[in-house]
Design a binder for this molecule. Structure first.
Ligand code: PXP
Length: 260
């Protein structure tokens, strides 16, 4: 069964809706909802990985969250970030077990496309090297969030990544468009692209992870792909948590993955 990575950025988005311009350290009991407490609830619900995306504009998760989270987590910590010098420094200082490199657009609501590893091979090879340098065993797992395209998987291997997180946005879109009917060729084609990219990543010795726009209905087909290691899910779990609480929302997603 693949591991579940829970992205808790949206918990920080809710906090920022109220406390955007305040010094969080000066608020007794910390401003709510606190991503640290959310991480704990997610762990109790069975999250194997906690993911936070530290964006350049700090629009949700902020530096203080990163500092507080990294020593606190029982689950594997996954820091999602752009491939900038500032972020490399933070990742190296905070010691998360895993780093996922994503493209970052200032105007985007969420991560939109995969990282263009093939088009930035030299730079990304250097970034991966710097993230891994002098990290004591077992080191850090560096993952590339990429589109389900063979040339991007090959480039990820050439750049030294340990894992490919295959972008499931187009698959999720196709799933929604046809009501999850697997007899529809458009859905079959998108699922096949994810399967092939994952197969290629594994054949090259990398981990096969997947994520983006997965929800309780569309997760099953992806969770049952051969050799898949991790699923990274945020929006649908935090949305469900509004009704049932985060611990239960994570539990339900684990159950959906298990039943697949
Ligand atoms: N994986 C990556 C690399 C992401 O950037 C995101 C969004 O933050 C996710 C997974 C989770 O996507 P969603 O919120 O749509 O579940």
């Amino acid at each position: 069964m693949p591991q579940l990575g829970v992205n808790i950025d949206h918990v920080a988005s809710l906090r920022q809706a109220r406390y955007r311009n305040q010094d969080l350290t000066s608020i007794r009991g910390y401003a709510e909802p606190d991503p640290l407490r959310a991480a704990h609830e997610a762990e109790l619900g069975g999250a194997d990985i906690i993911t936070v995306h530290l964006r350049e504009d700090r629009r949700h998760i902020c530096d203080l969250d990163i500092k507080r989270l990294s020593p606190f987590l029982h689950a594997k910590g996954n820091l999602e970030m752009g491939a900038t010098d500032e972020m490399i420094q933070i990742a190296r200082a905070q010691g998360f077990e895993m780093v996922t490199l994503v493209p970052e657009g200032r105007m985007e609501v969420t991560t939109e496309g995969g990282l263009d590893v093939a088009g930035n091979l030299d730079r990304l090879r250097d970034v991966v090297r710097r993230l891994k340098a002098d990290r004591p065993a077992p080191g850090v797992i560096v993952s590339a969030f990429i589109d389900a395209a063979p040339h991007q998987v090959e480039a990820a291997k050439a750049a030294g990544f340990d894992a490919c997180e295959i972008h499931t946005g187009p698959y999720a879109h196709a799933f929604a468009n046809v009501g999850g009917d697997l007899l529809c060729p458009t859905l079959q084609a998108q699922l096949q692209l994810v399967r092939d990219a994952g197969h290629r990543a594994r054949a090259l010795g990398m981990r096969f992870n997947a994520g983006h726009a997965l929800n309780y209905l569309n997760v099953g087909l992806i969770a049952s792909l051969p050799g898949i290691s991790e699923l990274h899910i945020g929006h649908s779990i935090v949305s469900r948590a509004v009704y049932v609480g985060l611990r239960e929302a994570v539990r339900e997603m684990k159950a959906a993955i298990q039943s697949a």
